[in-house]
Design a protein around this ligand. Sequence first.
Ligand SMILES: Nc1nc2c(c(=O)[nH]1)N[C@H]1C(S)=C(S)[C@@H](COP(=O)(O)O)O[C@H]1N2
Ligand SMILES: [Mo]
Length: 402
Amino acid sequence: MGRDLGSAVNALDGLLDRLRTKIDETGPRTTDFTSRWHDERVAARIGAALGTCFTVCFVTGLLSHFVQHPQPWFVWPAHPASLYRYTQGLHVLTGIAAVPLLLVKLWTVYPRLFGVPRLGGPVRMLERASVAALVASALFQLLTGLQNIAHWYPWGFSFPPVHYALAWVSIGAIAVHVAVQLPAIRLGLSRPLQPLGDHAEGPPPEGPSRRWLLGAALAGAAGAVLATAGQTVSWLRWVSVLAVRTGEGPQGVPVNKTARGAGVLTAATDPGWRLTVTGPGGTRSLSLADLTALPQHDVDLPIACVEGWSAVATWTGVRVRDLADAVGAGPDASLRFTSLQASGGYRVSELPARHVRAAESLVALRVGGEPLALDHGYPARLIAPSRPGVLQTKWLSRIEVI
Ligand SMILES: Nc1nc2c(c(=O)[nH]1)N[C@H]1C(S)=C(S)[C@@H](COP(=O)(O)O)O[C@H]1N2
Ligand SMILES: [Mo]
């Protein structure tokens, strides 16, 4: 048995050896790629921009994750009210900026694929595996992220958990990559892109320079950002030809899930609709007329979708804390909001105590001075400051103290 295994390993080894020799003889080598663009000076500079984008994207993504999956140690403030709008806008825009940067970076370094046919020792193999993990996870994150903001879900898996798990893979692989390449990165960054003696290195250069390539990569990143930023920065709307949501929708606010799509048309328009509010002090059942008779408040708050679009509107309704107090909720009570919607990932949300107490948190009945459109959550929806759109539950049916 042991001998069988031994000879199998030997045979495999021989086969690999022949393959390597063949590749050595016929395949291209790093030195066959003579473009000035395949250069560590360009790679290091684009890598620095890319690393910055990925780091900001990772941190803002983590924030969004923990806002949606609260942990005892994670404190997410209710103010400034636009905080989530900014962090998530940054998340999506740094991800978009990373797309052209990653493509150019891969272009500058791909000849290295052909440079080291030997597998080398365990450290070398680990390093190569980390580069493979980095390239695969980074491409996957950017591609699925773009598909997500375009509302295109061609895969069978649920996007958020996979995107979250692979975020750790890519940031870990970046850390390993930077650590291993640190000497090369420092050298690349310290050498000027176009030293005066450049022409002395060989024949006079042809075609666009390295500085040109770097400028084009950065311009590509800036262009991609401008083409999409209008979905959250309203004065950029006119240039944002690629933005998926630019403020169109009933009452000037985009809609992700319509009342029809959520299957709530009948329940939401039923004159017998009641909002039940339950707490230690009992249960109240409120009709739309009851809610309208309570003190009304106006707030300017954004809907800030995790997909990166956002839109500010003036919402009118009853303060959440007034309803909580009416059923005897304590100052530390958080609330659970449940929609009329029978199924779907966003039918229930929780509002932490800090947000319950915030004066801007409303059970909104109106937007822009009109009753909520059906698609915006008629008869009543939750709207609270510094929250992802997924937690701004529409077509409310129940509020409970937890
Ligand atoms: N019941 C329910 N509420 C919901 C949703 C939903 O699918 N069902 N979608 C959420 C998402 S993802 C967003 S971005 C906001 C959008 O609100 P709007 O359609 O009024 O702009 O509603 C949120 N509230
Ligand atoms: Mo959303």
